[in-house]
Design a protein around this ligand. Structure first.
Ligand code: NAP
Ligand code: MG
Length: 405
């Protein structure tokens, strides 16, 4: 097997904060640099540098991602009022993930990393379930009103020309209650659908989508119609050639079928369904540290990361000089995901093979009983000892050397 290799095209690297920043350097030094000359364009998304550059670095990193097509991102702090004090920030900068997602017009897909000694709590789930969540609109961008007493609620639409084109009663209230107005955009639903078809093709898995179009004929009906149009006009032939299917059914039927399935599909979810179901799927598969995340644009640009945050509590221990047992699996899979994608785009087989070897080594390490505390709690059989953050990466490095070196 090949040993040292170089990547051709650029991978955009976004560094981050706290414990994940520490793990990031460790895993690059021990798992990547010994084998690969990666053509990196690095943007320091650590909070201090975002503050120093007035968050320009985040925008630059997103632009670079659009240009080069592949990025790998470390977890970053989303500032709140406490962080503003802690880091003496000029202001409460926006979430970098939100900025990048908006610039890529992207959808986030999360998938679990599975090992034989950590069993999903749904026994029939044998393969990963990837959840894709639409990240625009619905109840997350709503207008709500607390009705205090009797009165009429109406839905009104007025065109740009000032002409009222729609007016319908929502409810004739005889006492107190609540109302909510929500919306979505054809452009956003179309981008979401395209990102889902792109990622299903990339991963070679069936795409499932469910909504409630029997009850919500216009609103959810629009989601169904957009998915069917994008499928028919842009993806039917591509999916057929890849041997994968697009399946639409009602959301309740989809949920029931997912529970009875053996997994292995991409489940596209409306915003609220994705919020709720991604947490359910994550907990069934065990640990947030075993959950990968990839942001996919409607044109197939990809940014790979871990689903978890900067693991602030572990970082506090690390800074006190105490040992930590933080799991780097999802960060490692962010790197392997980016290397594989780069290799596929450049047609460089060694980058793809290395990504496969890195993932296989990481999984084999956990299966051999070397793991961090979060997994020790849920593994069967229970391992005899717990690895520190560094010991775990060292164990993977040895496994990788035996397979790749
Ligand atoms: P977190 O970093 O996801 O950690 C929450 C808890 O989950 C940890 O305290 C730890 O539990 C467990 N955990 C998460 N990742 C782990 C890993 N790799 N290994 C072992 N255990 C792990 O969430 P947070 O502490 O609420 O947030 C910290 C910062 O991350 C915040 O500033 C937030 O803004 C940011 N954040 C960033 C992203 C991103 O960049 N994508 C996502 C979410 C949050 P125990 O303490 O029980 O061991
Ligand atoms: Mg949620």
């Amino acid at each position: 097997m090949a040993k040292r290799f170089s990547t051709k095209g650029v991978i955009v690297e976004m560094t981050g904060d706290e414990m994940t920043r520490v793990l990031w350097e460790m895993l690059k030094e021990k798992l990547i640099r010994p084998w690969a000359d990666v053509n990196l364009e690095t943007y320091d998304l650590g909070l201090e540098n975002r503050d120093r550059t007035e968050d320009k670095v985040t925008v630059d990193s997103a632009r670079a991602t659009l240009k080069h097509g592949v990025a790998v991102k470390c977890a970053t702090i989303t500032p709140n009022s406490e962080r503003v004090k802690e880091y003496k920030l000029k202001k409460e900068w926006k979430s970098p993930n939100a900025t990048i997602r908006a610039m890529l017009d992207g959808t986030v897909f999360r998938s679990p990393i599975m090992t034989r000694n950590i069993k999903p709590s749904v026994p029939s789930w044998k393969k990963p379930i990837i959840v894709g969540r639409h990240a625009y609109g619905d109840v997350y961008k709503n207008t709500e009103y607390r009705v205090e007493g009797p009165g009429t609620a109406e839905l009104v639409f007025t065109g740009r020309d000032g002409k009222e084109t729609f007016r319908q009663p929502v409810q004739e209230f005889t006492g107190p209650g609540i109302i909510q107005g929500i919306h979505n955009l054809d452009s956003s639903i179309t981008s979401f659908a395209r990102a889902c078809f792109e990622y299903a093709l990339d991963r070679k898995v069936d795409l499932w989508f469910g909504a409630k179009d029997t009850i919500s004929k216009t609103y959810d009906g629009r989601f169904k119609a957009v998915f069917e149009t994008v499928y028919r006009e842009e993806y039917r032939d591509k999916l057929a050639r890849a041997g994968i299917q697009f399946v639409y059914s009602l959301i309740d039927d989809t949920v029931a079928r997912i529970m009875r399935s053996e997994g292995g599909m991409l489940w596209a979810c409306k915003n609220y369904d994705g919020d709720v179901m991604s947490d359910m799927v994550a907990s069934v598969f065990g640990s947030l540290a075993m959950m990968t995340s990839v942001l996919v644009s409607p044109t197939g640009v990809m940014e790979f990361e871990a689903a978890h945050g900067t693991v602030q509590k572990h970082y506090a221990r690390h800074m006190k000089g105490e040992p930590t047992s933080t799991n780097s699996m999802a960060l490692i899979f962010a790197w392997s995901g980016a290397l594989r994608k780069r290799g596929e785009l450049d047609g460089t087989a060694d980058a793809v093979a290395f990504a496969d070897a890195l993932e296989a080594s990481a999984i084999a390490t956990v299966e051999s009983g070397s793991m961090t505390a979060d997994l020790v709690r849920i593994a069967d059989p229970t391992p005899e000892r717990t690895c520190s953050s560094a010991e775990f990466i060292d164990a993977i490095a040895r496994m990788l050397a035996s397979r790749w070196g």
